[in-house]
Design a protein around this ligand. Structure first.
Ligand SMILES: C[S@@+](CC[C@H](N)C(=O)[O-])C[C@H]1O[C@@H](n2cnc3c(N)ncnc32)[C@H](O)[C@@H]1O
Length: 332
C-alpha cells in the first residue's frame, strides 16, 4: 500500500530537510574585494526579493556596503535606477570613492603594473598621506594579501594561501583589473557616502521608492564574529531595528542566527527565515533573513521560521513551543 505523509497546516513552521546552500560559482563575481562576510551567496535571494517589489524601487540604499556585491549587482542587472552605498571604514571608503570619482581605469592599470612581492606590498602600504586613489590601491593590496581579506587591526599576511602560494594566492591582477574596468559602466549611478549607515537609513526612511539591503557587523549580544573581521563593529543594534520599523519602503536584513537578534526581530514585529550558506571553512550554517513580509520566501524549501521560545506564568514550567509538523505533539 502506498504511504502518504501527512501535510502540515503550517509548512512555514516546519524544520524541513536542510537544503543545499547557493553555489557561489554560479553568481557573477563583480566586486573587486574578497570581502569577509561578503554576500555573494545571497545574490539569488536578493534578486527574488527586489523583483517582487511593486512598483519597482528607484533607489537601493546599502548602509553597510563593505565589498558592495549587492549594490553593484542591482545596478548591473538594472534592478534599480540608483544605489546609495554607505561605508564607515576609510580604507574601504577610499575604493568606492575612487570608483565614483572616475579612477577605475587608473586603478586597473596600477594593479596590472604592480609586481607583487611581500616587500613591495609592505613598501606600498606603509606610505602615508597618499591620495584617495592611492589609498584605494593600498586597500586592494591589503585585502588581497591579508589573511581572509581582513583589514581590521591585528590582521596579517596570508601564510600558505591557496596551494601554498602564500600572499600571491589571491592576487589575480587581470581579474581584479577587469572588475574595476567594468565598474566604470555603473559608477555614475552610485552615490557613495563615508559615514554612519544608521543616519543614512533615517534620511531615506520616509521615501516609498527606496528599499534597503542591510548587512550589519554581526555583533549583537556581544558576539565576537564581527569584531574580528571589521575595524568598525560597534553599532546600536536596537536602534537599527527601530529605524527599520520606521522605513516606508521595504527592507531586507541579514544577521547571524543569534537569540538576541531573534528577540529584537520579534519585538519589532518583523518576520524571519533561516537560509543556509557555506562559511569560509566550507561548513554549512544558517543565517537569518529579517524583513516586513517574507512570504515570497515560502517557496524556498530551505527556509523555516525559527522556533519560538517563551515563558509561561511563574508557577508553571517554561515551555519551548514547537510547531506540529506531523512529528511532535504540541505540549500544552
Ligand atoms: C557584514 S559587513 C558588510 C558586507 C557586505 N554586505 C558585502 O557583501 O561585502 C558590515 C560592514 O559594515 C561596516 N560598518 C560598520 N559599522 C558601520 C556604520 N556605523 N556605518 C556604516 N558602515 C559600517 C563595516 O566596516 C563592514 O564593512
Amino acid at each position: 500500500m502506498k504511504a502518504f505523509r501527512q501535510q502540515s497546516l503550517f509548512p512555514e513552521l516546519c524544520d524541513t530537510k536542510a537544503p543545499k546552500p547557493v553555489n557561489v560559482a554560479s553568481v557573477p563575481q563583480r566586486s573587486p574585494f574578497r570581502y569577509p562576510g561578503g554576500k555573494t551567496w545571497f545574490v539569488p535571494t536578493f534578486r527574488d526579493w527586489i523583483k517582487n517589489q511593486y512598483p519597482k524601487p528607484e533607489i537601493l540604499v546599502e548602509p553597510f556596503a563593505g565589498g558592495g556585491i549587492i549594490s553593484i549587482t542591482a545596478l548591473f542587472e538594472e534592478l534599480v535606477a540608483r544605489v546609495v552605498m554607505v561605508e564607515i571604514d576609510e580604507d574601504i571608503a577610499a575604493v568606492w570613492q575612487s570608483v565614483v570619482d572616475g579612477h577605475t581605469a587608473w586603478l586597473a592599470k596600477r594593479i596590472l603594473d604592480f609586481d607583487l612581492t611581500k616587500e613591495a606590498v609592505i613598501q606600498e602600504i606603509s606610505k602615508n598621506n597618499v591620495s584617495v586613489k592611492e589609498k584605494a590601491f593600498q586597500t586592494i593590496l591589503k585585502n588581497r594579501t591579508f589573511h581572509g581579506g581582513i583589514l581590521a587591526d591585528g590582521s596579517g599576511f596570508l601564510k600558505h594561501g591557496e596551494n601554498g602560494k602564500g600572499i600571491l594566492s589571491r592576487w589575480y591582477p587581470t581579474t581584479i583589473a577587469k572588475r574595476f574596468e567594468n565598474l566604470k559602466f555603473i559608477a555614475d549611478r552610485i552615490t557613495f557616502r563615508q559615514e554612519d549607515g544608521l543616519g543614512v537609513i533615517k534620511e531615506y526612511s520616509q521615501r516609498n521608492d527606496v528599499v534597503f539591503f542591510i548587512d550589519p557587523p554581526y555583533t549583537a549580544g556581544g558576539k565576537k564574529a564581527g569584531k574580528r573581521l571589521y575595524r568598525h563593529f560597534n553599532i546600536d543594534h536596537e536602534r537599527l531595528f527601530t529605524l527599520c520599523q520606521s522605513v516606508k519602503g521595504d527592507f531586507l536584513m541579514t544577521y547571524d542566527n543569534a537569540e538576541e537578534v531573534k528577540a529584537m526581530a520579534r519585538k519589532h514585529g518583523f518576520q524571519m527565515r533561516l537560509i543556509p550558506m557555506k562559511n569560509t571553512h566550507h561548513a554549512t550554517m544558517e543565517e537569518l533573513v529579517i524583513g516586513k513580509n517574507l512570504s515570497w520566501m515560502d517557496s524556498y524549501p530551505s527556509v523555516h521560521e525559527p522556533l519560538a521560545e517563551y515563558k509561561v506564568a511563574s508557577n508553571q514550567k517554561e515551555v519551548p513551543t514547537t510547531a506540529s509538523c506531523g512529528r511532535k505533539k504540541p505540549r500544552r
